[in-house]
Design a binder for this molecule. Structure first.
Ligand code: SF4
Length: 382
């Protein structure tokens, strides 16, 4: 059953096209994890995240500065090349300026007929952030009414919240299993799972994830888990890189397993649920997005992510952390010295890896191998 995640990840476009055909529902592409998927589900609109294709690309040069992050370039290339031509709309919840530029350029050159810019506050620590966001959500709802020709009420919003909460919960339960001495799921498989969720209807994803969770409780992987590694940092859905480092142990090298990550394709995206209680659903959704683990572009003036990163490292017993920055990613670049210091001060060795999703992963795996060797050497000495 776990293979299903990889199939969904690799066939994301086929899935979306057939989904539209069999359900007649609209599909909207979103650019960042600050898009409130709960509201899209309340309208029975499928939100799919736009991710890149990890190819060397050559079409974004006229649209994005050379020093914008490769992930944003890869994302924009998808639009310019027409890979998401089935979308009924595009939307972004403001995060960093690089991604916003990719969105704006897509909006200008490949507008599918509906687009919406959601000004998610950068100052999420402001007392006014939640009320501001509720107002913005009301505008988003008006725009979605135009797109779908239907109106929603609080029960629809509660339904949207429930769908997203359940899917987040099952992924967290699967992540708990990665705490085992020999995790029954590799980092590569976990990455396929979290990314597959971006491309599939959560209601179709959920029963599969529940079944995988059941299977994992008795699954034994015939591999040496090696060093337990955490990944922290910029956007990363480079499964090839994870596969390469997790198979190093098969080639007379120090092996490893990625046991936990803190980035926007995994835990930063799904870890926090909407705490609904008997409150107004829009306020509860807004609070979730204001209080969730922030992207570093919003983690100011107080840096709030550090303790959560450390808790992940400790709870999943990481031997070391690879702190990864997409080349030119300013928000993470400013964050990384603090992340590394916090981990190192608390006994977790770190390695800084400048990354580029659009070039082959081999050289990054070689650098990671060197880091794993240093971990092994330290274990030998002490
Ligand atoms: S990797 Fe960095 S620059 Fe790129 S979209 Fe994410 S936060 Fe923005």
């Amino acid at each position: 059953m776990i293979e299903r995640f990889r199939e969904w990840y690799e066939n994301r476009h086929e899935y979306a096209r057939s989904y539209k055909e069999r359900t007649g529902r609209k599909v909207v592409g979103f650019f960042c994890t600050y898009s409130p998927e709960e509201i899209f589900y309340a309208f029975d609109v499928l939100p799919v995240r736009i991710l890149g294709s990890h190819e060397v690309q050559d079409v974004t040069e006229p649209h994005l500065f050379g020093m914008f992050c490769p992930f944003c370039r890869d994302v924009l290339a998808q639009g310019l090349k027409g890979r998401y031509e089935y979308l009924d709309g595009i939307s972004i919840g403001q995060s960093c300026l690089h991604l916003r530029q990719a969105y704006t350029s897509w909006d200008i050159h490949r507008n599918p007929g509906w687009s919406h810019y959601l000004p998610m506050p950068s100052h999420v620590q402001s007392k006014r952030a939640v009320s501001f966001l509720v107002g913005e959500y009301r505008l988003l709802i008006e725009r979605l009414e135009e797109l779908t020709g239907r109106r929603i009420d609080d029960d629809d919003l509660r339904r949207g919240i429930d769908i997203m909460n359940r899917v987040r919960r099952v992924m967290k339960e699967i992540y708990e299993l990665r705490k085992d001495d020999n995790p029954p799921i590799t980092g590569e498989e976990a990455m396929y799972m979290t990314c597959a969720q971006f491309f599939t209807d959560a209601r179709e994803f959920l029963p599969v994830a529940e079944e995988v969770k059941r299977e994992l409780t008795t699954r034994k992987l015939d591999r040496d888990p090696g060093k337990r590694i955490m990944l922290v940092g910029s956007e990363n859905d480079d499964v090839e890189y994870i596969r390469m480092i997790e198979t190093l142990g098969e080639r007379e090298s120090v092996g490893c397993t990625v046991v936990i990550e803190e980035h926007c394709t995994t835990t930063r995206y799904f870890w926090d649920e909407v705490e609904l209680g008997d409150r107004d659903p829009l306020t509860a959704i807004a609070e979730r997005y204001v209080l969730r683990t922030p992207c570093p572009s919003k983690d100011w003036p107080v840096r709030t992510r550090l303790d959560r990163i450390l808790r992940f490292a400790k709870d999943w017993r990481a031997d070391g952390a690879i702190v990864l920055q997409q080349k030119f990613c300013d928000p993470h670049e400013a964050d990384i010295p603090f992340v590394r210091k916090h981990l190192q001060d608390n006994g977790i060795p770190t390695y800084f890896l400048e990354f580029d999703v659009t070039v082959p992963a081999g050289p990054f795996a070689i650098r990671t191998e060197a880091f794993l060797e240093t971990l092994e050497a330290e274990a030998d000495l002490f």
